[in-house]
Design a protein. Structure first.
Length: 246
């Protein structure tokens, strides 16, 4: 049986499909984060190994029997910068043949079916990718949490913490985000979030997960939470991107 593994590796989770020569999905797998720029190499390897082993389990195939791994990975740029490190990671877990590109490239292909157009990708991080009719490309954003990630789950989660801290201090409007975040983090006092964030060093994906808390607060009518999403949706930049399209 000839199997190809199709992988979407992100900052919060990694998903894998095992596909046979007739295009049928014969196995699926999901695991944790695999963005090598945001998590330790050991975490990346564990996530890739777990997702691929789950996908291969129904067919009882070994990694060396897989025809090819095709992966769109967060942490790999639209021009495949960073792909070499991921190719090495796949070799380390037993896959000798791999085709690696950026996660924004596979998202563009999935959304537009290979047609030209512009994709706004907002997951744990965020970026904009435009591909023209002749294959020319422009990417804006995708710099990660330190530089930007405007409109991303990470930025929304981070802003929720900031808004709640401001409310706790009495500097900002009152919001249910204070109690909602405490419940989500299983803490009793908002001051305890300092240790959770700085001492325990919350990962980007964990902060991104707090975007769900902010969303539920906004849906309930909390104005401070609603404003977070209004700002996230209206964020714009002046960057000219990584390349130019006519």
């Amino acid at each position: 049986m000839g199997i190809i593994l199709a992988i979407d590796g992100g900052g919060s989770r990694t998903r894998c499909l095992a596909v046979d020569r007739q295009g049928r999905v014969v196995g699926t797998g999901e695991s944790g984060p695999s963005n090598h720029l945001l998590v330790r190499r050991g975490v990346v390897l564990d996530s890739l190994a777990e997702a691929t082993s789950k996908a291969l389990a129904p067919s009882a195939l070994l990694p060396e029997q897989v025809v090819c791994v095709s992966a769109g990975m967060a942490g790999v740029d639209y021009d495949k910068t960073g792909a070499g490190e991921m190719e090495e990671a796949f070799r380390e877990i037993g896959f000798t043949r791999s085709l690696i590109t950026g996660d924004m490239v596979i998202a563009h292909a999935g959304a537009l079916g290979g047609r030209s157009g512009v994709l706004a990708l907002a997951g744990t991080g965020s970026c904009i990718l435009g591909i023209g009719p002749s294959g020319e490309r422009v990417k804006v954003g995708g710099w990660g949490p330190v530089y930007g990630d405007e409109g991303s789950a990470y930025r929304i989660g981070q802003t929720a913490l900031r808004v709640a801290a401001s409310a706790y201090d009495g500097r900002g409007p009152q919001t249910i985000l204070v109690s909602a975040l405490l419940s989500a983090l299983e803490l009793s006092d908002f001051r305890e979030t300092v240790e959770r964030v700085y001492v325990e060093k919350m990962e980007s994906r964990q902060i991104a997960a707090l975007s769900r808390v902010a969303y539920e607060a906004a849906e309930s009518g909390d104005e401070a939470a609603r404003e977070i999403f209004i700002q996230a949706g209206g964020t714009s930049g002046s960057s000219h991107g990584s390349s130019q399209m006519p």
